[in-house]
Write a protein that binds this ligand. Structure first.
Ligand code: MLT
Ligand code: MN
Ligand code: ZN
Length: 310
């Protein structure tokens, strides 16, 4: 089996975002607290006891509190968290690592592009190297997630490059015509598989485009998590929330001929789940026409805490 718990489904900022009064956030602040969603991350386990996070969101402390499976189980100091696999270096993917300081052994798996962010920002040294290993991930090369004592978990990961963008804080404005300095390795897709029974899924929550190669790779998969940042590319501009399109931010939209819903239409993916949904996205709201459209196309927007068992 593979268990996947959605710790958070929202994009950077979460829903509500600390300084936002857009229609969705206003509803989540006050009359509809059930709308609240924390920043995107999932926890994965083969045995239900040892868990690996995909990305460490700034909301991680609250996500641990909200999910009893991640509470300390025994002894004075313990955590079921055995590792973190990073798919990109955005604030909403790495800032939560700072919650995992203190002496508990685990492994951070990431491409060297992202591990270099940790190396170059000395605040991450609070993750004492005597306890916290940093393991570079090679592209297209299967590796097995290990418990801190080296024990095998049976969970195999293949990381592969997907369209995306260098983190905002590393954008090279002199390279605006060349992806702002984006390089291979800045954004990873993950194929995660339990070697023991073949259960598997894809994590593509920072993927900015569906290329033909990517379509071929995920066709027929039992479960795919995919980037659901915006409903429409110009949604933040239209709402007066910002000046950038989704494309400029490194994201694909849900709707439209070039959107993710259309791209997955004939791929035969069994469960299609949006993650990293921006607070401006009307599909956050159950019952909205946009939500109804994506649900008709076989997609779901998971509430925080939703568990998938494969
Ligand atoms: C994004 O997904 O575009 C980033 O998280 C934006 C940011 O870093 O604020
Ligand atoms: Mn983000
Ligand atoms: Zn908002």
């Amino acid at each position: 089996m593979i268990h996947v718990i959605v710790l958070g489904s929202a994009a950077g900022g979460g829903l509500p975002q600390w300084n936002c009064n857009c229609a969705n956030c206003r509803a989540a602040w006050a009359e509809h607290p059930a709308l609240r969603a924390s920043q995107a991350s999932v926890a994965v386990s083969a045995d239900g006891d040892n868990w690996f996070l995909i990305n460490a969101a700034p909301d991680l402390r609250q996500q641990i509190i909200d999910n009893p499976r991640l509470h300390p189980k025994h002894g004075l100091r313990h955590s079921p968290i055995a590792g973190v696999v990073l798919t990109n270096g955005d604030v909403d993917a790495v800032a939560g690592l700072l919650h995992l300081r203190e002496t508990w052994p685990f492994t951070i798996y990431g491409h060297d592009r992202i591990l270099s962010v940790l190396r170059e920002n000395s605040i991450f040294n609070v993750l004492d190297p005597a306890f916290v290993k940093r393991q570079p991930v090679e592209l297209e090369t299967a590796f097995e997630l290990k418990l801190p004592d080296g024990e095998a978990t049976g969970i195999e990961v293949v990381a592969f490059p997907v369209p995306g963008k260098v983190p905002l804080y590393l954008e090279d404005m002199s390279a605006a015509d060349h992806g702002f300095g984006t390089e291979v390795g800045d954004t990873l897709g993950l194929h995660i598989r339990n070697r023991r029974n073949g259960a598997h899924f894809f994590y593509l929550a920072a993927c900015a485009d569906m290329t033909p190669a990517l379509k071929e790779r995920v066709a027929g998969a039992p479960l795919v998590f995919f980037d659901g940042t915006l409903w429409r590319d110009d949604e933040m501009i239209e709402a007066g929330l910002g000046t950038k399109t989704g494309k400029r931010m490194g994201h694909i939209s849900m709707s439209g001929d070039a959107g993710s819903i259309a791209a997955f239409r004939d791929l035969g993916v069994d469960r299609k789940v949006f993650l990293h949904i921006n607070n401006s996205n009307p599909a956050h709201i159950p019952g909205s026409p946009e939500r109804a459209t994506l649900e008709r196309a076989g997609w779901t927007v998971p509430a925080d805490g939703t568990e998938f068992v494969l």
